[in-house]
Design a binder for this molecule. Structure first.
Ligand SMILES: Cc1ncc(COP(=O)(O)O)c(C=O)c1O
Length: 438
């Protein structure tokens, strides 16, 4: 048995050699959050922060949305858990609502996942089962989760570097990053070479048995990078021609983030399968799943399952979340506030030298920062995020701090006034950084 522990939650003060001390495995930020409401969180010592990242990009309805809280409370009084072998009112209602909002053709709903990583793994399992093939294509800078399988699919080597386990059959191809095209092309004349070249990867770098391709239609970790015009159409065509299941990871882009229900709707191109998570939980309930074409059914339930998959409390929250998102005016607000933020940022950008690009869709916006030579500047980007936090804005940077974009993905209920409050602080601090005051 361990000796009685002196608990410290501040790893910085802890003596690692003292056997009586226990603490977090990792080192959390010093902020201790006690309450959240809408786009704001409040700390124990009374500070208020405007969260520009909607928690972990998952609080589509913001902190503690009253209707979601009420739905959870109501359901908790009736039933919190039953094995997912059985139907329940919340899970039936959720399947029905998801089928109603799903992109064309995606009529089958799989709800036995609780997080995005296992939804993605489930989608890949289904693709492998249905096609009888093995390999998975994914994009540079893509992010699909934290399990060993999903870090393997991930398009960033730093995620795999500390771990020895390797899964074969994961094929990474250049993403459509027109800011610095892998093939050194210009979009106007490239003919979407980045799609064309995927044929070469399939023919020469794969096992010859490619089951599926998974990608985020807007790359979150890549700095909210929007796929260029025609890219998804061309990809869908290639996948259809080569019998490859096209999977959109809409764990970030789903449920209104782009100003449309799904990024598939924003681009007007449906995949064969689509994974969901994050925003579906409304104010943070853990729920994830897979939407797919009817022909992809057939994998037994016990192959894709988890104890908390399709959790009833989370399903009740999700049903309410979908109801709110589907109300008249909700998605219009996302588009209008997103455009307002974009317009203000574009008008501001020429005032400082270090903004190289602003990209995004709806309330999924990225601002890229570069050094004096025009090269991506992750150090400056992280500095800006730190100054922002000192001034009451919670902002995240791309590629887990290794990237050069500040990502703005607030709760979808953000108002114009809240957007202006965020931008006033942001623009002011950017001027201070530019002029050496911060
Ligand atoms: C695009 C994308 N896919 C998958 C995941 C994994 O989801 P989860 O953390 O719920 O497993 C994330 C999480 O950040 C994500 O952003």
């Amino acid at each position: 048995m361990n000796p009685p522990a002196t608990i410290t939650f501040d790893g910085r003060k802890q003596n690692p050699n003292d056997p009586n001390v226990c603490s977090y495995y990792f080192l959390p930020d010093e902020l201790k959050v006690v309450r959240g409401e809408g786009v704001y969180v409040y700390t124990e010592d009374g500070r208020r922060y405007l969260d520009c990242s909607a928690g972990t990009f998952n609080l589509s309805l913001g902190y503690s949305h009253p209707e979601v809280v009420e739905a959870i409370r109501d359901q908790a009084g009736k039933l919190i858990h039953v094995t997912s072998k059985f139907q329940t009112d919340p899970s039936n209602a959720l399947v029905r609502a998801l089928a109603e909002v799903a992109p064309p053709g995606l009529t089958k709903v799989h709800l036995k996942a609780s997080g995005g990583s296992d939804a993605n793994e489930g989608a890949i399992k289904i693709a492998q089962h249905v096609t009888g093939k093995s390999d998975v294509i994914s994009l540079f800078r893509g992010h699909y989760g934290q399990t060993i399988g999903m870090i393997q699919a991930s398009g960033a080597a730093f995620r795999r570097k500390p771990f020895t386990a390797q899964l074969p059959g994961m094929l990474h191809v250049p993403d459509p990053d027109c800011r610095r095209c892998f093939y050194k092309q210009e979009r106007e004349t490239c003919g979407l070479l980045c799609v064309e070249r995927i044929n070469d990867f399939i023919d020469y770098a794969s096992s010859g048995r490619v089951a599926c391709m998974i990608l985020e239609p807007i790359s979150g970790l890549g700095g909210n990078l929007v796929a260029p015009d025609g890219y998804l159409q061309a990809l869908r065509k290639l996948c259809d021609e080569r019998d490859i299941i096209l999977i959109y990871d809409e764990i970030q882009t789903g449920f209104g983030r782009t100003g449309h229900m799904f990024a598939a709707d924003y681009f007007g191109v449906a995949p064969h399968m689509l994974t969901i998570g994050k925003g579906l939980g409304g104010s943070g309930m853990p729920i994830a799943g897979i939407l797919m074409e009817e022909r992809l059914k057939g994998v037994e339930g016990y192959h894709i399952n988890s104890t908390y998959g399709g959790n009833i409390l989370a399903s009740a929250a999700a049903v309410k979340t979908l109801e709110v998102i589907r109300r008249p005016g909700f998605l219009e607000n996302v588009r209008a506030v997103g455009k307002h933020i974009m317009d203000r940022l574009n008008a501001f950008a020429p005032k400082v030298k270090f903004i190289s690009n602003i990209q995004g869709a709806g309330l999924m916006i990225g601002v890229d920062f570069v050094d004096a030579d025009g090269n991506p500047d992750a150090k400056l980007t992280n500095h800006i995020a730190n100054v922002a936090q000192d001034r009451g804005l919670l902002m995240r940077t791309s590629l887990y701090g290794f990237g050069n974009a500040i990502t703005i993905r607030p709760a979808l209920i953000m108002t114009h006034a809240e957007a202006d409050e965020m931008l006033d602080i942001f623009e002011h601090l950017l001027l201070d950084v530019a002029e050496g005051r911060a």
